[in-house]
Design a protein around this ligand. Structure first.
Ligand code: ADP
Length: 290
């Protein structure tokens, strides 16, 4: 089953064009939607999750028209929003039970089995009786995935799932996500390049509401091969390098800026060639309209 997004547009009442002719085809597996803050990722995710309307364009999930057949889509959908509210004193198990009812699982025994199996799967069974409000960031995200996966969805959308997780929690969350993608479309929206690098076979980069790239992460790197150069410089020279070269990224290594620039030919001047990685792809694409 494919998710086909065609010419999707959305302008908010304040005039911000959050989506401009977005067209993407997303197949089964893990799909990364990468973009800086404000790129339009959440707008797209909420539209796909039937929570908000687009101005124009179409979205097709298999035979379903997502923008119109909302109820049908919701039955196939698992959604983990950027932030989700929980009732303060409700336990993880009670909350999942409640969500399972909303997803149409009416048989009590079946529901209990399903909920407990899901708690096991996300490694929260031992915490099932605790209030979710007391969970750590990582536990909350794993609970979020549990609620999104209840009722075997065909389309799973997770919006900025690793923001605020420590490295250990992030790893556990990665492992959990990568188990899901086999028969399901999983869309992972993030501004963290590493999330996409580690998990996704296909991806899109969006910025200012536009698709800047779509395809496998590796293909985008190949396109940049031979064009990325690096040099360690001193801080006070940064501005002059910026005016002279197309600087795509700057990071501090041992306190000194290491810059990556884009150039079709050897810039000399102490620059050395580097193998482009996804981060270079991301920054070079994002700067095209910035
Ligand atoms: P991202 O998830 O990539 O950070 P968003 O979809 O949240 O991006 O936002 C895209 C743009 O639309 C931003 O400029 C944001 O300020 C704007 N925006 C988002 N929601 C609203 C809204 N409800 N009203 C007005 N502008 C909005």
């Amino acid at each position: 089953m494919d998710l086909r997004i065609q010419n999707l547009c959305k302008t908010y009442a304040n005039g911000v064009r959050a989506l401009e002719n977005v067209s993407l085809t997303i197949r089964t597996g893990m799909y990364g939607l990468l973009g800086p803050n404000g790129a339009g990722k959440s707008t797209l995710m909420r539209t796909l999750a039937t929570l908000q309307d687009a101005d124009s364009g179409s979205v097709q999930l298999g035979d379903l028209n997502v923008l119109q057949q909302k109820q049908e889509v919701r039955q196939m959908l698992g959604y983990l929003p950027q932030e989700f509210g929980v009732y303060p004193r409700t336990s993880a198990r009670e909350m999942l039970d409640h969500i399972a009812i909303l997803k149409g699982i009416t048989n009590r025994r079946e529901r209990r089995e399903l909920v407990d199996a899901m708690l096991e799967r996300v490694n929260l069974f031992q915490h099932r009786k605790k209030a979710i409000s007391g969970f750590s960031g990582g536990m909350k995200q794993r609970f979020g995935i549990a609620q999104a996966l209840l009722g075997t969805p065909r389309l799973v959308i997770v919006d900025e799932p690793t923001a605020g997780l420590d490295p250990g929690e992030r790893n556990r969350f990665y492992n959990l996500l990568s188990e899901i993608g086999e028969n399901v479309i999983v869309i992972l929206s993030t501004h963290i390049v590493q999330d996409v690098k580690e998990l996704c076979t296909n991806m899109a980069i969006i910025n200012l509401g536009k698709v800047m790239y779509s395809g496998p992460p590796g293909d985008a790197e190949v396109e940049l091969r031979g064009k990325v150069w690096q040099k360690s410089i001193s801080k006070q020279d940064l501005e002059s390098y910026r005016s002279q070269y197309q600087v795509i990224s700057t990071k501090l290594v041992g306190g000194a800026p290491l810059i990556h620039i884009l150039s079709d030919t050897n810039p000399n001047n102490g620059f050395t060639s580097v193998d482009p990685d996804l981060e270079d792809v991301f920054f070079s694409r994002v700067q095209q309209v910035a």
